[in-house]
Design a binder for this molecule. Structure first.
Ligand SMILES: Nc1nc2c(c(=O)[nH]1)N[C@H]1C(S)=C(S)[C@@H](COP(=O)(O)O)O[C@H]1N2
Ligand SMILES: [Mo]
Length: 518
């Protein structure tokens, strides 16, 4: 099974053959009950953070892929063992035939799943490729049984036969190892090369050519604070499949239908040309982001106002909700009144001045102010007006209906190496980080040292009312071990919830703190 997967992985990156383990994994996770999936994700995020395996969303995608491959390896082992058991009863001359049938039975559903998630190769070629390679794998396993079972049945094996068998096992093992390593190695190399050439082919992002709107802000970020505008390559990514859908700009259309007088079908170019482009700096966060976690990022979104597009479709008087459907089967619903009342709701096609990448929703995604990412589909294909509310993808799986972002604040750095001597001659250590409360803004950030009084931090003018705020607190240094904590208040003066609470169902609560020996 390992050499088969190595070869399939190579074929995926060479000619775009479907990669069966990912197809199977995505199919299964869609069908698991919500609590099971959610618990799985929680466990994965906990392990990634405990073992410090790096940036959470990237590590999680890698973990999903490893689970997918590991699952198929185990499954292949079980099928192989069952086949050997069967052949022990019926005799080795049935090896190739029975193995081929077993492999074909495994290959058939996998070929079907592969066709449903098309790669570069045509669906028929993909299906034949997957089906054929699994059938061949089964036949090979069956043939192996024949080579391994004693040729002189009934009698004790001769010394020469034992030698022969040992040599066969060594050769089989080395051939398997070589094919697996070469397939996986060249496949990864091709994948990496493609990723790099895609990045090189792109123009420079907007932020490299323009000053940020708060350039002259009087409060400077403490060195060591995360970048105010997240570099595109570092923005977290969360979605339901192991791979993003790859949509073709030439054939993609946004269809607007349902309870409308004038259904629309628009290409990306039409969306760009017919509607005034709007630019907004936005902080997006995942509802699964733990306190102090990295599933949050800020960039400049460009797109059209959803309200303007809907006005052109002329919603019927009975329409109350807007349903958005995405290419990966993800869907969400927002109230029509909310869309009409909030001009900041966008259908975005660019991030930081560049077309959305495949990972981040090319060609079109929605932005809903103040909501966690789970309410905001990427890869939108259809917008339908309907006359009722219905649960979206994650709401169906037990997450909150509203998913409104909660006030949250994080200590990014305690700049002990940046100690400065203040005019008062005492030593000062700058502490810095972010605070965010959806679209409500931040009115105040406070820092507490060792359970002392809460003290007000300085706020840097943010990129927009929709982004996080960078804060800094200049602390009078005292040597020793200290615990620093931070809390924030949203634009309405509502305090961040201090009581620790889980991410499910409506977002984490609790305060971020750092314990340091200085
Ligand atoms: N079509 C689609 N849209 C989606 C998702 C998805 O799985 N499929 N995930 C959502 C979630 S849970 C989040 S947090 C954001 C993440 O957006 P990003 O990956 O661009 O950071 O996308 C949202 N939109
Ligand atoms: Mo999310």
């Amino acid at each position: 099974m390992a050499p088969l997967l190595g070869s399939l992985y190579l074929a995926r990156h060479l000619v775009g053959l479907p990669f069966a383990p990912y197809d199977a994994f995505d199919w299964i996770t869609r069908r698991l009950p919500g609590p099971v999936v959610t618990r799985g994700i929680d466990a994965m995020v906990a392990v990634i953070r405990a073992l410090e395996l790096g940036e959470t969303s990237g590590a999680a995608k890698t973990a999903e892929k490893l689970l997918a491959v590991g699952g198929v390896l185990v499954f292949g082992g079980v099928i192989g063992a069952a086949l050997f058991g069967f052949l022990r009863r019926v005799g080795s001359r049935w090896g190739v035939g029975a193995g081929g049938v077993a492999g074909a039975l495994v290959g058939l559903p996998l070929a079907w799943l592969g066709v449903r998630h098309p790669g570069a190769v045509s669906p028929i070629a993909g299906a034949i490729g997957v089906f054929g390679s699994f059938a061949a794998w089964g036949a090979l396993v069956g043939w192996t049984y024949g080579r391994l079972s004693a040729p002189t049945e009934g009698a004790a094996p001769l010394a020469a036969e034992r030698m022969d068998r040992r040599r066969f096992i060594v050769r089989l093992g080395s051939a398997s190892a070589v094919i697996t390593v070469v397939g996986a190695g060249i496949g990864s190399f091709l994948a990496m090369r493609r990723e790099r050439s895609e990045l090189r082919g792109r123009d420079a992002p907007w932020s490299e050519r323009n000053p940020l709107p708060n350039e002259g802000a009087s409060v400077a970020p403490v060195p060591g604070t995360r970048p105010e505008l997240t570099p595109l390559a570092d923005h977290y990514r969360i979605d339901i499949d192991t791979r993003p859908p790859e949509l073709d700009a030439a054939t993609w259309r946004l269809r607007v239908g349902g309870l409308v007088e004038r259904p629309l079908s628009l290409s990306l170019a039409e969306l760009r040309e017919r509607y005034e482009p709007r630019h907004q700096f936005v902080t997006l966060a995942c509802i699964s982001n733990p306190i102090g976690g990295d599933l949050i990022g800020t960039t400049r979104w460009t797109g059209l106002r959803l309200a303007e597009l809907l006005a052109d479709a002329r919603p019927a008087p009975s329409a109350t909700h807007v349903r958005m459907r995405a290419a990966d089967g993800f869907h969400e619903v927002v109230a029509l009144d909310e869309v009409r009342a909030d001009p900041r709701i966008l259908l975005a096609y660019a991030w930081d001045g560049l077309p959305l990448t495949a990972e981040h929703g090319f060609p079109l995604r929605v932005y809903l102010p103040g909501r966690y990412g789970m309410k905001q589909p990427k890869w939108i294909e259809r917008i339908e007006l309907i006359d009722h509310w219905e649960p979206g993808y994650w709401v169906e799986r037990g997450w909150d209906r509203e998913a409104r972002m909660k006030p949250t604040s994080v200590i990014d750095t305690v700049g002990a190496s940046m100690m400065v001597i203040a005019p008062s001659r005492s030593m000062v250590v700058p502490i810095g980080g972010i605070a965010h409360a959806g679209a409500r803004g931040i009115s105040r950030v406070e820092v507490r040292v060792d359970g002392g009084p809460w003290q007000e931090a300085k706020l840097r003018a943010p990129l927009s009312e929709l982004t996080w705020v960078l804060w800094r607190f200049d602390w009078r240094f005292e040597a020793g071990e200290h615990v620093f904590a931070v809390r924030c208040f949203d634009g309405d003066g509502v305090a961040q919830v201090a009581e620790p609470g889980p991410v499910r169902p409506d977002g984490a609560t609790g305060l971020h703190s750092e314990r340091l020996m200085l």
